[in-house]
Design a protein. Structure first.
Lengths: 339, 519
């Protein structure tokens, strides 16, 4: 009946209790460092940190000028990871992302084909305006995001861990863009919406960016520590009723589920099992960041929208009725809670 | 598999009561194991079987706290169920006390019902009591512990946990120490206890009242029935009903002549504007004389129906009254009225009215049974169509004394046949006339009291030329040549009378009769 949770005991050299405390402290420091450059956007920052510790990737969606690229750059500085930025354009080719074989000349003058790694060989990759590249180039990221490797000329090249992709896209300009395919979207752990700042936040932004020099962000955690934290995260236990709630929530997004009339009416394709995995893993990270050692229902509810909103595809009727994935998910979750 | 084979499997070679018992027990265990095998969904709810697992000594305090929570939830559930049951019982007691005159048996029954219901609620609540895990979930949500306690209970069977489980357990116990579970789950009275207490007072007052008084609802109804308003509303209705009842009783019990007179008076009083009754009464004397004279010459059924009365020596006045009475009931259909009036005739023609109603009915039925073969044979003989232009209509097939109608061309449309049937049947029923009598009516009494009985002369129609039209589906044609005054429409070979022309002719005949009657 019980699963093998929590039997690992310790990860790394420290006791688990200290590791969890370390994790919470370090993430708090990262938040503080990020907040030096980014004003507000607390939920977005938390989502990015949760995805970083859960081992997933993040798709940031927001209007231009809201600090998406700034957030990624600041995070890269705070976590002391190798950082690359690819500006996705319509003429970008897959080889420009993953690398290619080029003729190289040795010291003795002999020539041979050698692999020249692309910008994807990094720890933190910023795929800026990812929807401006063609689907062919977008698909170059598929293997890298899921398998953490790229294959060029029948040779697979492992990517360095931690590998964390943060992509941005602009929801306003649709001309000359290529919407991400479903397979690509499903590989993002979270899709975070970057909101407009409020009044106080806007004052802060103006004060910081128009006076003096920009803030300097110092690194507080490295890649190795992040990998240790990822191991700790996976030991957090989940109670059966919480897991049952996740399963119900995932299945409720399927239009084949006749019990849920809402899904059968408005949803064309429901969430994949990756959605359920995301909820559990994200819940574990959130619990640890909150100082808990178990996943609660509140964690699942809090992560439902970023984890599932890009995994459900609405049908024409939903678009005609002006329904959005967010309000449908809220409604579905409300019905499950009512049961 | 048979029980014997099962027993042989469990205890080979023996078939005794003990072996049978052990086989049944083994079967029950297997069945219950199958039922108890938890699915993933059941595991999420963790039924009470989970509580039987040994848990870590660290969690004994937590389990004790959860027991307290569970007892309080159970107490609240029981109180709620009992109160609801009590409310329904009290409502029943109020109803019984307000209506029933005898209370002892009902009170005993309600007492038993209360005890059985309370026991059933107790058993049901106990069977559906929460498990420790479910209690922990309730406590988590009530105290805002974010599933700490339920996760600790779920992982509780690990005696010496390490790593994250140990941290989680410590965290849960630390947070549990900060909250007061009793404060989150107080034993409180249910919301409907006020309603129940009000009902208790009502029941107490009602039964105190009932010690010396009748049921209040019955008394209220009696008082209301005696009130002037109700009497003013219901007295006309009651009066009319009483009058009808008296007439019925008089019809059944009194002498036939007296009953007939009374009915005549009643009819005259109730429907003074019925001109047809008046005209019937006027012509009744002469008509009935002829009726009685023609009775022997009429149809055989009529003769036989009248035979008992004649044999008993019924006075002439009685027959007259019967005719007048039967004419007053002319709204009824022909055949029904013929039967009923033959029954009444047989009743009234009993030995000085002393014959019972049952005997009269039996006599009438016997007469009908004996007449039916003759009547059918007569009808069969009459059903030969005079010409091939139409088929015999059902309305003509059972007409006593319909010889004249045979001459009038039965093969016309069904409406004509129906009118003839009405005419002849009502005549046969009301005045017991035969075919000759009908002819005399037309000669001597041109005014018929009933509009339906106005003889629709159609002798001229028989000779009218009909168009030869090939029966073609969907084609309707009207005869425009040599068709006067009636026009026939033929649809698919079936003849349809022109109703408007017939109605015009009917009205014309009616006023002719009316003028003749006045003069």
């Amino acid at each position: 009946m019980t699963r093998s949770v929590g039997t690992e005991g310790q990860t790394g050299g420290q006791p688990l209790g200290q590791q969890t405390e370390f994790l919470a402290e370090k993430m708090a420091e990262v938040r503080r460092e990020i907040s030096k450059a980014i004003v507000g956007q607390v939920e977005v920052v938390d989502g990015v940190l949760i995805a970083l510790l859960a081992g997933g990737h993040v798709l940031l969606e927001g209007a231009p000028g809201l600090g998406k690229t700034m957030l990624v750059r600041t995070l890269a500085q705070a976590v002391a990871l190798k950082y690359s930025r690819i500006q996705f354009t319509p003429d970008l080719m897959p080889a420009d992302v993953i690398g290619t074989s080029v003729v190289q000349e040795n010291g003795d003058g002999r020539k041979s084909l050698g692999f020249q790694p692309g910008p994807i060989f990094t720890n933190l990759l910023l795929a800026d305006e990812i929807n401006r590249a063609t689907p062919k180039t977008q698909s170059a990221l598929l293997e890298a995001m899921q398998e953490k490797q790229v294959t060029v000329a029948h040779t697979s090249h492992q990517l360095e861990e931690p590998f964390f992709v943060m992509a941005t896209q602009n929801p306003l300009e649709m001309e000359g863009t290529y919407p991400l395919p479903e397979a690509q979207l499903d590989r993002f752990l979270f899709k975070l919406r970057v909101p407009y700042p409020g009044r106080e936040d806007l004052h802060d932004i103006l004060d910081r960016t128009t006076q003096g020099s920009p803030a300097t962000v110092s690194p507080v955690v490295n890649g190795t520590q992040i990998l240790e934290m990822r191991k700790v995260v996976r030991t957090v236990p989940v109670a059966p009723h919480v897991q049952e709630y996740v399963v119900k929530l995932t299945l409720a997004t399927h239009p084949e589920n006749r019990e849920n009339l809402l899904a059968s009416k408005y949803i064309r394709y429901g969430s994949s099992p990756r959605g359920a995995q995301t909820l559990i893993l994200g819940g574990k990270v959130r619990a640890l960041l909150d100082g808990r050692y178990n996943v609660s229902m509140e964690d699942i509810r809090a992560l439902m929208l970023p984890a599932l909103r890009h995994r459900i595809i609405l049908n024409f009727e939903a678009q005609a009725d002006g329904r959005t994935p967010d309000d449908l998910l809220e409604e579905i979750a409300g019905k499950i809670c009512a049961k | 598999m048979l029980l014997r084979e099962k027993i042989n499997l469990v205890v080979p070679g023996k078939f005794s009561g003990r072996a049978c018992f052990s086989a049944l027990r083994a079967f029950w265990r297997r069945a219950s194991d199958k039922i108890r095998t938890p699915s993933r969904k059941d595991q999420a709810s963790l039924p009470r079987g989970f509580d039987q697992n040994t848990c870590s000594p660290e969690l004994h305090g937590l389990i004790a706290t959860l027991k307290t929570v569970r007892q309080r939830i159970l107490a609240n559930t029981l109180l709620r169920g009992w109160t609801k049951w009590s409310v329904w019982l009290l409502v029943g007691l109020v109803a019984v006390g307000a209506i029933s005159a005898k209370l002892a048996g009902i009170l005993l029954f309600i007492g038993i019902l209360a005890a059985v219901g309370a026991a059933a609620i107790l058993v049901w609540t106990w069977r559906n009591r929460l498990s420790n895990y479910q209690s922990a979930r309730r406590l988590d949500s009530a105290a805002g512990l974010q599933d700490r306690i339920s996760t600790a209970v779920y992982l509780g069977r690990l005696a010496h946990p390490e790593g994250m489980v140990r941290e989680q357990r410590r965290d849960a116990l630390a947070h549990l120490a900060k909250v007061d579970p009793r404060g989150f789950f107080p034993v409180r009275l249910p919301g409907n206890v006020r309603r129940a207490s009000v009902l208790v007072l009502v029941v107490a007052g009602l039964f105190a009242y009932r010690i010396h008084h009748k049921p209040p609802l019955v008394s209220l109804l009696q008082t209301t029935a005696r009130s002037q308003l109700v009497q003013s509303i219901f007295s006309p209705i009651v009066h009319a009903m009483e009058k009808d009842l008296q007439r019925t009783i008089a019809l059944v019990t009194k002498k036939p002549d007296a009953a007939g007179e009374e009915i005549q008076r009643g009819d005259a009083a109730s429907s003074s504007d019925d001109l047809w009754n008046a005209s019937d009464d006027k012509g009744a004397g002469a008509e009935d004389k002829k009726d009685s004279a023609d009775a022997g010459l009429g149809d055989q059924p009529q003769d036989e129906l009248q035979a008992p009365g004649d044999q008993e020596g019924a006075p002439y006045g009685e027959a007259r009254q019967q005719d007048s009475y039967s004419q007053s009931q002319e709204g009824k259909s022909g055949s029904d009225s013929a039967d009923s009036k033959s029954q009444q005739q047989s009743e009234q023609q009993g030995p000085e009215g002393r014959q019972s109603l049952g005997q009269s009915l039996m006599q009438a039925l016997k007469n009908m049974m004996s007449n039916s073969p003759n009547q059918q044979s007569n009808n069969r003989a009459r059903q030969q169509p005079p010409n091939g232009q139409g088929t015999p209509q059902s309305g003509n097939s059972h007409q006593p004394g319909a010889t004249e109608s045979d001459k009038r061309g039965e093969s016309r449309g069904s409406s004509d046949a129906k009118q003839k049937a009405t005419q002849t049947a009502s005549e046969g029923a009301g005045s017991q006339q035969g075919s000759k009598e009908l002819r005399k009516d037309q000669e001597t009494h041109p005014v018929n009291a009933v509009p339906d009985r106005v003889a629709l002369e159609a002798s001229g129609f028989k000779e009218q030329t009909r168009m030869k039209i090939a029966p073609e589906t969907g084609v309707a044609q009207l005869g425009v040549r040599e068709v006067s005054p009636q026009q026939d429409a033929v649809i698919n070979g079936a003849e349809q009378e022109n109703i408007l022309a017939r109605y015009r002719f009917y009205v014309q005949r009616y006023f002719e009769h009316a003028d003749n009657g006045k003069h």
